[in-house]
Design a binder for this molecule. Structure first.
Ligand code: SF4
Ligand code: SF4
Length: 235
């Protein structure tokens, strides 16, 4: 399955900003700032060729028959990247973004390692998440249990349940998804490639976001994306 979607004006501007800003990041005059960021974050982009795929051949999510849909429940917080914010704005869905992360506070000491890491990260502090209703369900999930944002959904939704272990450079199938299908051999390559690329893309977008926030804040302001960020938390 290949996902085709039109790219709107906010996302086009963001892409064009990245094309300019990546040269700024590596300019000698920014060397010190870049070194300081490297001390805080691993800023290496991951390439497809460097990844080992640990997902059994043909294993893909079977969302249509799934009883434990991952858009609801305690582990369903969706943190948004700049690319997601732009795509949601372009799709007229900006009202589904919030900085209200009270659920993390509610989880308190019961948070698992991944929730704890997220709650302490720069992403939790600065970036919005998708809104949820009182049942902890994403407000973009429609009455037919379909994604109301598709194909403009966040990249972390597009890649799920494929996940990346950046330290070991491995793509694996997330334990949280218990409903899966095995594709016939002629469909395996395209679908697996799409999900692996989405998992890698999701990771690389985080790095781009760090660069853009620390090196192109004013430009992000000009294209209206900082309205959705809490830059008072930047340090
Ligand atoms: S990704 Fe997995 S857990 Fe989520 S709806 Fe699809 S099958 Fe269910
Ligand atoms: S954006 Fe779509 S896929 Fe992602 S959590 Fe919401 S309903 Fe689910």
């Amino acid at each position: 399955m290949t996902e085709y979607r039109s790219i709107g004006p906010a996302e086009k501007q963001l892409r064009s900003l990245w094309d300019q800003a990546k040269h700024r990041v590596y300019h000698p005059k920014n060397w010190l700032k870049l070194q300081q960021l490297w001390r805080r974050f691993d800023l290496s982009f991951i390439l497809y060729k460097d990844i080992k795929i640990m997902v059994p051949a043909g294993k893909v999510p079977d969302c249509e028959t799934c009883l434990e849909i991952c858009c609801t429940g305690p582990n369903s917080i969706v943190s948004l990247r700049l690319r997601d914010i732009a795509a949601l704005i372009d799709a007229g869905l900006h009202q589904h973004m919030t900085h209200e992360k009270s659920r993390l506070t509610i989880l308190g000491n019961t948070m698992n390692d991944s929730q704890k890491n997220f709650s302490e990260s720069v992403f939790a502090k600065i970036f919005p998440v998708l809104t949820q209703d009182r049942t902890q369900t994403c407000t973009l999930l429609d009455e037919n249990r379909m994604c109301g944002a598709y194909p403009h959904w966040p990249i972390s939704c597009a890649r799920y349940p494929f996940a990346i272990d950046a330290v070991n450079k491995v793509v694996f199938y997330a334990k949280g998804c218990g409903s899966f299908d095995l594709l016939p051999p002629y469909e395996v390559a395209e679908r697996t490639r799409y999900l692996v690329q989405a998992a890698i893309g999701s990771y690389n977008e985080r790095i781009k976001d760090i660069f853009l926030i620390y090196f192109a804040k004013k430009d992000l302001e000009k294209i209206g994306l900082t309205t959705y960020l809490d830059l008072s938390k930047i340090d």
